[in-house]
Structures are given as structure tokens and as C-alpha cells.
Design a protein. Sequence first.
Length: 226
Amino acid sequence: MRMQAKVVVDIETLAHPLDAFDRAQQEYLLRPAPAMDRSEALLRLNLSPLTARILAIAMLNPDTMRGRVHYEHPGGAAGLTADGEVELLPGSEHEMLEAFWSAVRQYPQLITFNGRAFDGPFLMLRSALLGIPPTRNLVPYRFSAAEHCDLLDQLTLYGATRRFSLDFYCKAFGIPSPKGNGITGLDMGTLVAEGRYMEIAGYCLEDARATAALYRKWKEFLSFSR
């Protein structure tokens, strides 16, 4: 049987500075929910395509572990990871998104971790805001993994069990944690300010590699559509 082409996708994002918004927008964004303080409200800005930009997009074939990472790096040059398996392609956000949409339409199945709630909507809406037409719907019918296998949906049986982080699932399944180098998504602003763009690309790639490994565990033990 011919193996269906599939791709793991992961993104990293960073909020725009608060002063990029007018006063009314700032008041709206910082209007806290009952249990949220100002710092939490600011952190939430990283999660919306209306208030944040994309820093990196990793695309990885879980069968071959070959792929590419499009990432922000002003003046950077294209290269390869040390093992030669993954292309590192610097570019503007607009260039990253155009390249992503050109490539992703080749893959019948998308694999993510929480991609239906975050990566997919973010990529689609951010592209629309920048005037880039998406080439496919990244959030299709939820109760099927055929087009979009969101591992958070699959590992919670569509919300029947408790949700855990990617790091927690990896440790539980004996997969090396992608957070082993001490970097987290909260460090993106510092890394950009210090010009450590390659570390952002590497962090995004490690999340994609961990998602690929978790997908193989799910496929072996919990997928009933072989």
C-alpha cells in the first residue's frame, strides 16, 4: 500500500509591541478577565493572529524526518541542520507564509499538537490579514484524523480525558522532551531582541520532531484507521 504523504506543522509566534495599537485597542486588550492580571493579558497577545506575528514555521515529514523550517532572520542565509535533514530558510513573515501555503497543499494529512485551536487558525487568519490566500482549510471536520490529525484531540479522545502539554505527553510516552534546552515559548521576545533567530528555528523544529515522535506512538497504539 502506498504511504499517504503527511506533514507535521508547528509555529512560533510573538506579540506586537503594545504601542503598535491605538489607545482604544490597548484598553480593549488589557481589559482583564475576572481572574486575569495585566501580565497575563499581555501574554495572551502572543496567541492571536490579530495581535502577534509568526516567527517560525516548521514542516516535517514524520516518516522520513526530513523537512524545513521557515524562520525570521534579517540578513540570514539559508542552510541545513547539522544532520543535513532539515532546511533552514530565513525570510519575512510574508515570505514564510507564501512558502508554507505552496508546500502544504502537497500533503493530504496535516499533523499537529493543538493545531485545530492554535496553529491552523493562526496560519489562516494571519495570512488573510497579510493578503495571502490560504491554499487549503487547516481546520476541517474535527472528528476525523484523515485531513488534520490533531494529537491533542486524539490523545484526549476529543475531550473525554484531561489535556496535558506536549512536554508532559512526551515524557509519559518515553519521548525526549522538546523543552530540554531550557527555552520555552515565553522566551521568544528575548531571543528576538538578542538576535538569536537560529535558536527560535531550532526550538520550533524540536517541537515538530517531538510531535512526529508522539504521532508514531499514537499511530501504533491508538489509531484504528490503519
